[in-house]
Design a protein. Structure first.
Length: 330
């Protein structure tokens, strides 16, 4: 493999970044020092994943202490010139919300989701650059309600259809509540459950406002695409190098997914919200190289990406001591 620096990626996209899951135990000064070190090398954006359960550990009662920490961190990131995008919902839901049926229950969804979005927006909205309401919506509903591998551990087609529809409505509701702020609709189109039929259903819901699940009902919602500043594709389910998938094949799969999204969503600007994770430094540098090649190939085909959010902060920060980061970005 030819030697390269992180500049080989950062010059290809407007914004190159990392991601971080917020924890109350994190020291903001240490985090800032790591982020500023990355910033020197051209990584200027942070995709910041929050926990609904930490914000609302009890039903209807937000944690004032947690919100105070969130505001402090968000303010510090903004003051340091770090562009922060908030991810509101991953695949872990509050236990009390699960007890009420979570996204498979209309009333619970309509009551509690807007309250969570409003609460976070009020606290950190003035300090962040944009929002990602759901990180991996396909995996959330597929794993939680179709195959039952994550909470609420249900395998029921009817509840899956309800959860699918309510997540889309919640996505749409968040876009309305956050109106005026940049919003990235993140879609985990490489998830094992995202076959061609599933992709088509999500595409129809996002672009045409029509939720249509085969064998179930049809429902209408406002077009999500009008609210989005970009579509962010999660590529985290593509097999990493550690599974001995050859680099060209990984890159080809990633490019195919992004090209599908560009056509499916009418040329809406695209980003990458995540790439496969790996535990070995050597593999991580290879993955960065493959990502660079992927972005370069897409740009050559006329498909420029807006953001590329790489690995977690813990992994990305570890790269700064490696040769790949030997030359800071200019």
């Amino acid at each position: 493999m030819d030697a390269f620096t992180v500049c080989d990626v950062t010059h290809l996209v407007p914004i190159f970044g990392t991601h971080l899951t917020f924890s109350p135990e994190q020291n903001v000064e240490i985090l800032l020092s790591e982020l500023l070190a990355l910033k020197e090398h051209g990584l200027t954006s942070l995709r910041w994943r929050l926990s609904w359960n930490d914000v609302f550990p009890q039903q209807g009662k937000p944690s004032g202490k947690h919100l105070e920490l969130l505001e402090g961190h968000a303010s510090a990131f903004a003051d340091a010139g770090i562009e922060t995008w908030v991810t509101l919902c991953g695949n872990t839901l509050p236990h009390w919300f699960l007890n009420e049926g979570a996204f498979s229950d209309n009333k619970a969804t309509e009551k509690w989701w807007p309250r969570y979005v409003d609460t976070v927006a009020e606290v950190v909205g003035n300090h962040v650059a944009g929002w990602m309401p759901f990180e991996a919506p396909i995996g959330l509903v597929h794993d939680g309600w179709r195959i039952g591998s994550i909470a609420p551990f249900i395998s029921d087609d009817g509840k899956f259809a309800d959860a699918f529809t309510n997540v889309l409505h919640s996505w749409n509701h968040a876009c309305r509540l956050l109106h005026g702020s940049p919003i990235a609709l993140s879609l985990d189109a490489t998830h094992p459950g995202a076959n061609a039929e599933v992709r088509t259903v999500w595409q129809s819901a996002i672009t045409r406002g029509r939720v249509s699940l085969p064998g179930h009902y049809e429902r209408e919602l406002d077009g999500l695409l009008r609210s989005a500043s970009e579509i962010a594709l999660s590529l985290t389910h593509l097999p990493p190098r550690s599974e001995r998938l050859e680099a060209p094949r990984w890159r080809d799969q990633a490019i195919e997914t992004l090209q599908w999204a560009y056509e499916a969503f009418s040329g809406t600007p695209l980003s990458v919200s995540g790439v496969p994770s790996t535990s070995a430094d050597g593999e991580l540098t290879e993955l960065l190289s493959f990502t660079s090649q992927m972005v370069d190939d897409l740009k050559s085909d006329g498909l420029a990406l807006q953001h590329v959010w790489m690995s977690s902060l813990e992994r990305t920060a570890g790269l700064t001591s490696l040769p790949v980061f030997s030359s800071p970005a200019k």
